[in-house]
Ligand binder design. Structure first.
Ligand SMILES: CC(C)(COP(=O)(O)OP(=O)(O)OC[C@H]1O[C@@H](n2cnc3c(N)ncnc32)[C@H](O)[C@@H]1OP(=O)(O)O)[C@@H](O)C(=O)NCCC(=O)NCCS
Length: 169
């Protein structure tokens, strides 16, 4: 097994891998178009020439990056592949001198193994401003926020105007 940066011809397989786990809410759904647009965020996990896993690193800025869409084909799980994907994304974040890596998950135990610790959603305002405010589960989120590194001391994304209204509802 090895990881490498994803390229556009990988987008279809990445879409397939993510879709297999987005139906039950394990992973956030990503459209094929979104994956193509953000393909440079992705690494893929290869085994004997086939793509068996993937993951993405979304950069907010040097203060924050987010690990997303981590998945390994069920046939190959528990063989160290998920760990390789996370390590490749952490290496990428180091190249960019990012001081905090965050993620939202329902599998905190897996990420705890890899050095992540629990955090409060409110500690990550950029994530909230980007994704949470448009999420139908804003007030009933069952994902756990986790971080590795120093919590960001500021946000760079503006608070969406309609977010304040949504919070008051
Ligand atoms: C979560 C997932 C990516 C793990 O991939 P994997 O290839 O099975 O994991 P690895 O074999 O690399 O495991 C690395 C370590 O984490 C542990 N681990 C793996 N899955 C775990 C889980 N669900 N809970 C607790 N520990 C877990 C392993 O035992 C291993 O520990 P070790 O290093 O002490 O041996 C994979 O199960 C998956 O694709 N799940 C469906 C999608 C998903 O849940 N993605 C994450 C949600 S954000």
């Amino acid at each position: 097994m090895r990881t490498r940066d994803a390229i556009l011809p990988d987008a279809e397989r990445i879409h397939e891998l993510i879709s297999a786990y987005s139906g039950d809410g394990t992973l956030l759904p990503r459209t094929f178009a979104e994956i193509c647009e953000n393909v440079r965020d992705f690494v893929v996990l290869e085994h004997r020439g086939s793509i068996i896993g993937c993951g993405a690193l979304h950069l907010y800025g040097q203060h924050l990056a987010e690990i997303r869409s981590i998945t390994v084909d069920p046939v190959y799980q528990k063989s160290g592949g998920g760990k390789r994907v996370v390590e490749a994304l952490l290496e990428e974040s180091e190249k960019h001198s990012v001081s905090c890596i965050c993620l939202f998950t329902r599998k905190p135990e897996f990420f705890a193994h890899l050095g992540f610790s629990l955090a409060q959603r409110e500690d990550l305002p950029d994530k909230i401003h980007k994704d949470c405010w448009v999420c139908p589960r804003l007030h009933c989120c069952d994902e756990v926020a986790m971080v590795r590194g120093e919590l960001p001391r500021f946000a760079i994304l503006p608070e969406p105007a309609s977010f304040l209204v949504k919070l008051e509802v």
